[in-house]
Design a protein around this ligand. Structure first.
Ligand code: AMP
Length: 188
């Protein structure tokens, strides 16, 4: 089962993705985490991604499709993956569909985490004090939200036309949102 978690920064995709991955026994793959780790370790991938990430811009589609290809080639990904914020542009969605089709797979669910900007800004302000992410500063957050609206939000229509999108109300406690996610995936 392959599940894509879609939604703006701060919608809770990482937290809910970890819960879902644990309950389904599937790996969770987050390009944001992978890239942050690459930046931290100064790898060639990290050097390519650093400036764009810190400013809050998306990194290139080619770079992302390369890391998705590598992830799908790992043995752990053979039975499916929870893709947390992995697809953020239409070219990435097209590339992901091709990479899955090469393995006889398609996205089983696209879960859209729906949340108001005011709640996001509040959550990210809290996270800033805890995680100290460079791209959680107010300017970078504004850029990330703008990138989400311009480049990622159109995916709701794209996926709506291809495999369907399920909207999850992302406001509420971690347990309450996890229950909504579970209900969708179990019902399927
Ligand atoms: P995140 O941790 O999900 O908020 O991602 C942090 C940053 O990593 C984003 O602001 C982008 O710069 C970069 N990033 C992560 N995933 C992608 C993606 N699929 N496409 C482009 N950039 C990405």
């Amino acid at each position: 089962m392959d599940i894509l978690l879609l939604g703006p920064p701060g919608a809770g995709k990482g937290t809910q993705g970890a819960i879902l991955a644990e309950s389904l026994g599937l790996p969770k793959f987050a390009t944001g985490d992978l890239l942050r780790d690459a930046v931290k370790h100064g790898t060639p991938l990290g050097l390519q991604a650093k400036a764009m990430m810190e400013a809050g811009h998306l990194v290139s589609d080619d770079l992302i499709l390369g890391v998705i290809r590598d992830e799908l080639a790992t043995p752990g990904a053979a039975n499916g993956v929870i893709f947390d914020g992995v697809v953020r542009t239409i070219p990435q969605a097209e590339g992901m569909a091709t990479l899955l089709a090469e393995r006889g797979r398609e996205m089983t669910y696209v879960l859209y985490f729906d949340i108001a900007d005011s709640v996001i800004l509040d959550r990210i302000a809290k996270r800033r004090g805890i995680e100290g992410r460079a791209d959680d500063d107010p300017n970078a957050v504004a850029t990330r939200l703008a990138a989400y609206r311009a480049q990622t939000a159109p995916l709701l229509t794209w996926y709506g036309e291809h495999c369907g999108v399920t909207t999850i109300d992302a406001v509420g406690s971690v347990d309450a949102v996890a229950e909504r996610v579970r209900a969708v995936v179990q019902a399927g």
